[in-house]
Structure formats: C-alpha cells, structure tokens
Design a protein around this ligand. Structure first.
Ligand SMILES: Cc1cc2nc3c(=O)[nH]c(=O)nc-3n(C[C@H](O)[C@H](O)[C@H](O)COP(=O)(O)O)c2cc1C
Length: 152
C-alpha cells in the first residue's frame, strides 16, 4: 500500500532549481486495434496485443543515464499497478522506424521500452525462484559474501 500512497501524495511544486531535468514522455495505448499495431511494431512483445492497455516509454537519448530514468519510471508504474492487482510485462524489442511512424514519436525522443498492463487470467501468487541475495550481494568489496544475519 505504501507505494501507491507515495504516488498519491506527490505534489506539484513550482519553484525550480536551474539544473536540467531529463526529458521523458509516455504514450498511453488503450484501443484494441492500436494495441495490435503496437504488437506488430515489436520483435519481442507480440503479447502486448492481449494487454488491456500499454505505455510506450520515451526518453531523450542525448542525455546520460536516460535508460536508467526510463527504467525507474517503468518500475514505479509496475509497482503501483501490482499493488492494485494489475499485472504487467515489459519489452524492448521495438521496430523503431515503424513505431515512430505509427505513434508520431518525435526524432528527439527514443522509445526505450513498452509496458503492457491488465488483470491476470489466473490468480498470481507473486513468488519466484530467484537467486538468493547472498549470492548476488557483497559487503565492502566484490567477492565478500553478505551474511544478512550479521547485519544490524
Ligand atoms: C532490459 C530488459 C529487457 C526486456 N525485454 C523483453 C522483451 O523484449 N520481451 C519480453 O517479453 N520480455 C522482456 N523483458 C522481460 C524479461 O524477459 C523478464 O520477463 C522479466 O525481466 C522478469 O521480471 P521479474 O523477474 O520481475 O518477473 C525484458 C526485461 C528487461 C530487464
């Protein structure tokens, strides 16, 4: 519930620092036919044709770390959706020229990732066989295995 609350409590603030903020954009796709076209404009996301809606995430490739920004935006969307029982999946296999033309994407922006959303067809538990954290995370330097029991 906390994730959704964070999104709900975000305010507009109108005094800005002069630092440049990376440009991003999002295109919401909802119509069945448009979702089908979105699927056709992909090499690895044909499944998006069956989504209830999708979001094309755009970012400015001239800015450093634009991919990270896009990834963070996607993660926020996916977590907020999951919190509401809405499942999602992402794909990056995009036929750039076709997508650009079909969705009028300006040349200054790049479609980095597409996220498909909808309700699941069966109950989703949300458990996965992931590699244990103790094999992925190190302490102080690479190779020093992290023992969660020894952490404060
Ligand atoms: C950078 C990146 C690119 C991905 N591209 C695709 C893709 O093109 N098509 C697709 O079906 N899934 C794609 N995925 C999804 C992964 O195959 C996988 O389903 C997902 O990362 C699993 O997430 P989970 O472990 O949180 O369930 C991509 C994931 C990442 C992180």
């Amino acid at each position: 519930m906390e994730t959704y609350k964070t999104i709900l409590t975000k305010l507009d603030v109108r005094q800005y620092d002069s630092k440049k903020v990376p440009a991003e954009g999002f295109i919401l796709v909802q119509e069945k036919e448009t979702l089908k076209r979105l699927a056709e404009d992909s090499t690895s996301g044909g499944w998006v044709a069956g989504a209830n809606f999708a979001v094309i995430v755009l970012s400015d490739p001239t800015l450093g770390f634009h991919g990270i920004d896009a990834g963070r935006a996607v993660q926020n969307m996916e977590l907020a959706a999951w919190d509401q029982g809405v499942i999602s999946g992402i794909y990056t296999g995009i036929k750039d020229e076709k997508l650009r033309k079909d969705f009028a994407i300006p040349s200054t922006l790049k479609a980095v990732v597409v996220v498909g959303f909808g309700y699941p067809v069966r109950k989703i538990v949300g458990k996965k066989n992931r590699m244990p954290l103790t094999e992925l995370a190190f302490i102080d330097k690479y190779g020093n295995k992290l023992d969660p029991k020894k952490l404060m």
